[in-house]
Design a protein around this ligand. Structure first.
Ligand code: SF4
Ligand code: SF4
Length: 94
């Protein structure tokens, strides 16, 4: 069942929460980090993720990438996805 809430004006809406970031697309620009007021996101060195193959990166010069480190703190505001220039985010309903 999806979590539903209301706007200040009383309009119902169903938030969707930051679930994952496409590590191949992410260029580590930090835009999403700057807009998140809940400390959900963390920038990590690409060398810390053994799962990511350097040949698969969109920008092979990118040295860092963002991860959804604290998904449980996300309010589903959507700001991170709106500001990401690479369309990296996937959102899911609760
Ligand atoms: S949806 Fe909002 S609270 Fe959740 S990670 Fe993105 S900016 Fe942060
Ligand atoms: S805004 Fe997009 S490209 Fe930039 S660090 Fe965040 S997820 Fe990566």
């Amino acid at each position: 069942m999806s979590a539903t809430t209301v706007t200040r004006g009383g309009t119902p809406y169903t938030p969707t929460y930051a679930d994952s970031i496409d590590t191949k697309k992410c260029i580590g620009c930090g835009r999403c980090y700057k807009v998140c007021v809940r400390d959900v996101l963390t920038l990590i060195d690409r060398g810390e993720d053994d799962e990511v193959d350097e040949d698969d990166w969109d920008d092979e010069d990118a040295k860092a990438m963002m991860v959804v480190a604290n998904p449980g703190d996300c309010t589903g505001c959507g700001a991170c996805g709106r500001t990401c220039p690479k369309g990296c985010f996937t959102f899911v309903a609760a």
